[in-house]
Design a protein around this ligand. Structure first.
Ligand code: F6P
Length: 546
């Protein structure tokens, strides 16, 4: 069965949402709270170690009911079933989409072309476990017999962002190995990394689903050349491993068959950290913690698959985001984690969200007449409060934001934690309440300011407020809770793609630039070029003059 192909704007729910929007678009959240003492209970979900408060949104019971009707009319439940059961829902590439199978229990059956893929997944997990344990314990050594001290992940996009984000996020749980990431084809990246490395004690993990990606192969070749300056050729077998679907190209590169970790075409690059693409995660935090990350994601999968939409965290957050994107015309969404450990979370989500849902052709092959994927951005609080929060508070744009925080810190310094969490909670309150003229007047007169000064400053000191936020409050940052959090956003992406009637799992938009870069590279090598617009031609001329 293929995915439903329903234009969301033709549904009854969409029409009703339009009418409802014109009724409540100016409604103040503060009034909604004042009129309903149970609002915080109605619009929050407590699940496992997650508390999700979505009450500070410009929604009413009717909004949520209509959004859920929209999900039903666009056949979300059927689409969820199709995804989890291995149907070919990535229709433009003819593939199933089964990152959820990577974290499913051993006794599950998931069929792809009639074959259960779970045993294969568990065989690779075993390979990851054995390899991780041998490296961490020092049983596997470098060519001179010394144990490994450093791991370098060479990959880009989904073969970099997920592992890099998780290794950084879970550094509290890390062992003695230092993990580095090389992704950019800019030679500065690789040259700065190798400066820190000793070839005798460094393990290189080349991660590329296709093993054709220019950046990854260039960096892998540069690193191999650097390595061979001090190591014998046979040492490559001890120091280089690869994760790929393209076994023959990996072997051509010189990697021993035993050092290849397979992956599959039914795992999309940006959803692949759960596969052997996450090898650097396993090496950094140990296999047991890597497995806990997967178990956490599986718990979120089960929640997503079986929970009614009104209690379903990914569904509710996806619907609220559609409400702002398609009715309020909000163009961006911020993600603000109140933990430095999630420093790379927004960057990671940018690929997941924008590569998946940055589409303008619907599943019928027709241009869409409505907005799809949101622009996603963010930085950890409290740093971001001193950077871009001014614009959210008093700028002209509506920016819905997800606030992510953890009740218990890992560092154990309660004084820091209390300060962090007071900021975390205060900001969502401030964004909603704003500051009325009367409050400003009262505050200034209390400070004994002159009436003239007060009056001239009032317009600048007033905050409109009514800025929506979701608060995702989690007990503690652990491999398991991080797994749940990542899976939550993966499912949010899926829900939105289904409702917007687009294919979320291809990424043809990144191909054109790659093709043109290949042509231009050839022109640069030949020192000659033709058939470009005058701007491009002038840039090339400027470069070739050096
Ligand atoms: O950016 C395009 C893309 O195809 C991503 O989807 C993918 O994660 C990345 O390139 C890397 O691809 P590969 O793992 O095949 O090297």
């Amino acid at each position: 069965m293929s995915l439903p192909k329903i234009n969301p704007t033709t549904t009854k729910a969409w029409q009703s949402l339009r009418e409802h929007f014109s009724e409540i678009k100016n409604q103040k959240m503060t009034d909604l709270f004042a009129n309903d003492t149970k609002r915080a209970d109605t619009f929050s979900i407590e699940w496992d170690d997650f508390f999700v408060d979505f009450s500070k949104n410009r929604i009413t019971n009717k909004t949520l009911d209509l959004l859920i009707k929209l999900a039903k009319e666009t056949k979300l439940q059927e689409a969820i079933e199709s995804q989890f059961s291995g149907e070919i829902i990535n229709e433009t590439e003819g593939r199933a989409v089964l990152h959820t199978a990577l974290r499913a229990p051993k006794n599950t059956t998931v069929l792809v072309n009639g074959v259960n893929i779970i045993p294969e997944i568990y065989a690779v997990k075993k390979q990851i476990e054995i390899f991780t344990n041998r490296v961490v314990k020092g049983d596997l050594t470098g060519y001179s017999g010394k144990p490994f001290t450093d791991v370098v992940n060479i990959g880009i996009g989904g073969s970099d962002l997920g592992p890099a984000m998780v290794v950084d996020a879970l550094q509290y749980y890390s062992n003695h190995l230092t993990t580095h990431f090389v992704s950019n084809v800019d030679g500065d990246h690789v040259s700065e990394i190798v400066k820190k490395l000793n070839p005798e004690t460094t393990l290189f993990v080349i991660v590329s689903k296709t093993f054709t990606t220019q950046e990854t192969l260039s960096n892998a070749n540069t690193i191999r050349d650097w390595f061979l300056k001090s190591a014998p050729k046979e040492a490559i077998a001890k120091h280089f491993v690869a994760v790929s679907t393209n076994v023959s190209s990996v072997q051509e590169f010189g990697i021993h068959a035993d050092n290849i970790f397979p992956m599959w075409d039914w795992v999309g690059g940006r959803f692949s950290l759960w596969s052997a693409v996450g090898l650097s995660i396993s090496l950094s935090i140990g296999f047991d913690n890597f497995d806990k990350l997967l178990q956490g994601a599986h718990k979120m999968d089960a929640h997503f698959k079986t929970t009614p939409f009104n209690e379903n965290i990914p569904v509710v957050l996806a619907l609220i985001s559609i409400w702002y994107n398609n009715f309020f015309n909000a163009e961006t969404e911020a993600v603000i984690p109140y933990t430095q450990y999630l420093n790379q979370f927004a960057t990671y989500l940018q690929q997941g969200i924008m590569e998946s849902n940055g589409k303008s052709i619907d599943r019928n092959g027709e241009p869409v007449s409505y907005q799809t994927g949101t622009v996603i951005w963010g930085e950890p609080g409290t740093n971001s409060q001193h950077a871009f929060f001014q614009l959210i508070h008093q700028g002209t744009k509506l920016i819905p934001a997800d606030f992510i925080g953890f009740v218990n810190s890992l560092h154990g310094n309660q004084a820091h934690q209390d300060k962090l969490i007071s900021n975390f909670i205060a900001q969502t309150e401030a964004l909603m309440n704003g500051k009325a003229e009367a409050e400003v007047l009262e505050e200034y007169s209390r400070q004994g300011k002159k009436l003239e000064t007060i009056q001239s400053l009032v317009p600048f000191k007033v905050f409109e407020g009514n800025n929506p936020t979701n608060t995702i409050f989690i007990k503690q940052l652990t491999p398991e809770s991080l797994g749940k959090l990542i899976a939550l956003y993966e499912h949010k992406i899926f829900v939105q793609g289904i409702i917007w009637n687009i294919f979320s799992y291809d990424q043809f938009g990144v191909e054109l630039g790659k093709q043109l870069a290949t042509n231009i590279l050839q022109e640069i090598k030949n020192n000659t070029f033709a058939n470009h617009d005058t701007s491009t031609a002038k840039l090339l001329k400027y470069y070739l003059k050096k």
